[in-house]
Write a protein that binds this ligand. Sequence first.
Ligand SMILES: Cc1cc2nc3c(=O)[nH]c(=O)nc-3n(C[C@H](O)[C@H](O)[C@H](O)COP(=O)(O)O)c2cc1C
Length: 184
Amino acid sequence: MKVALPLDKHEWHPSMLAGQIVLVSTLDASGRPNVAPKSWVTMVAFAGPILAFGCNVTHATYANVIATNEFVINVLSESLAARAWALSDRHGDQRLHDSGLTPVPASVVAAPLIDECPAHLECELDDVKLYGEEVFVFGRVVAASIDVRCTQGSALDQYGRLAPVFFLEEGTYGGLGPVRHVGR
Ligand SMILES: Cc1cc2nc3c(=O)[nH]c(=O)nc-3n(C[C@H](O)[C@H](O)[C@H](O)COP(=O)(O)O)c2cc1C
C-alpha cells in the first residue's frame, strides 16, 4: 500500500532524494573566501562536464558566484559531516575562521579548494535557473582533483576512502554503506 504525501517538500519524511553533501567555496567581489554546505547537487551532462547545485538567492554563495562567475565543489567525507552543520551556524569571514578548514589555491579558478576535503571540482558559471527565492546554478568543470589514496585499490577501497555523505533531512545524514558490483 502507498500513501500520498503533500506537495510541500518540508513534509516529506523520510526524504526520498538524498543529496550528497558538498562544500561550495567561492570568493566575494573583494576576494574574501566563503564556504557553505550544500546538498542539492548533481551531475548534469558528460559534455562540459556540467554539474549544478541548488541555492537560496539570499545566500552569500549565490552572490559570490554571480560576482565572480566561479565556484568550487569540495566533496565532503563522512568524518567531516558534523562540521558541515557547524559551518552554517556562522556567517562571513567568521565562518571560515572558526571552521578550522583550510583554504588552499585551486589550479584554474581563483576560488579556493578546501584542503580537508578529498576531492574538488573547479567550476566556471555556465547558467542559472531561478525558481522564486531559489536558484539552480550550473557550472562547467574546468579542473578536477582527488586524493590519490581514493584512486587506489578496489572500488570498495576507493569509495571507502572518499566516504561520501548524504543529507537526509534536517539534522540527519547517512553514509554510503556497502559498495557492491552488480555482478553481470
Ligand atoms: C548539510 C547541509 C546541507 C545544506 N544544503 C543546502 C542546499 O543544498 N542549498 C542551500 O541553499 N542551502 C543548503 N544548506 C544551508 C546553507 O548551507 C546555509 O543556509 C548557509 O548559511 C548558507 O551560506 P552562504 O550564505 O554562505 O551561502 C545546507 C546546510 C547543511 C548543514
